[in-house]
Design a protein around this ligand. Structure first.
Ligand SMILES: C=C(O[C@@H]1C=C(C(=O)O)C=C[C@H]1O)C(=O)O
Length: 180
């Protein structure tokens, strides 16, 4: 059954890490949760190139209350919502949800609307203006009832924010970080 998370799952409690190692996440998840490099790059390596992005949905809608707070916007403001699965060897390894305010989708950043199956990370980590805020960690409950570790952080392109949430799915547990 495809992995899905309903919007209210993202109203969970997020913990900003005062010191990166302070999370009580099991060791097996810490490197995935705490690395500030491109997750896409790590997944491409770990899957020996057998990596792809599957768009679950992309729509204009309203952020969760927690997402609106993180972006410091009115929760009634319509935002672009992009939900994808990142697959390694055709297995869903990560569920990612990105919230982009309309005010970020201007100038060069308009292209974020038309990413399709290209990885968002391939745009973010190539942009010289990219800045990344602190990581927040949480435990989410998937629609199937399993729990999963998740992280989120604000990215800024030309000082305009977008919020990226990544949920690390159970299948990733069998994958050793940084497989060459
Ligand atoms: C932020 C990155 O982009 C990844 C790709 C995403 C997408 O294509 O929507 C969303 C979140 C990330 O897991 C990254 O690679 O680090």
């Amino acid at each position: 059954m495809p992995v899905a998370l309903s919007q209210n799952r993202f109203n969970t409690r997020w913990y900003t890490l005062k010191r990166p190692a302070t999370t009580d996440a099991p060791l097996i998840w810490r490197r995935w949760l705490l690395d500030r490099g491109s997750l896409t790059q790590h997944l491409v390596q770990a899957s020996q190139g057998q990596f792809r992005v599957e768009v679950v949905r992309q729509l204009w809608g309203r952020p969760s209350r927690s997402e609106a707070r993180a972006l410091n916007i009115d929760p009634r403001q319509r935002v672009l919502i992009r939900e994808v699965r990142l697959l390694g060897h055709n297995q869903p390894w990560v569920f990612a949800r990105t919230i982009i305010p309309a005010s970020t989708l201007t100038g060069k950043q308009r292209k974020l609307k038309g990413l399709g199956c290209r990885s968002l990370g391939s745009v973010l980590f190539r942009d010289p203006t990219m800045k990344r805020g602190p990581l927040q960690i949480s435990r989410l409950t998937l629609n199937c009832g399993d729990t999963a570790w998740a992280r989120r952080s604000l990215f800024y392109l030309a000082n305009k924010p977008l919020l990226v949430t990544e949920v690390f799915l159970p299948a990733l547990q069998q994958v050793h970080y940084g497989n060459k």
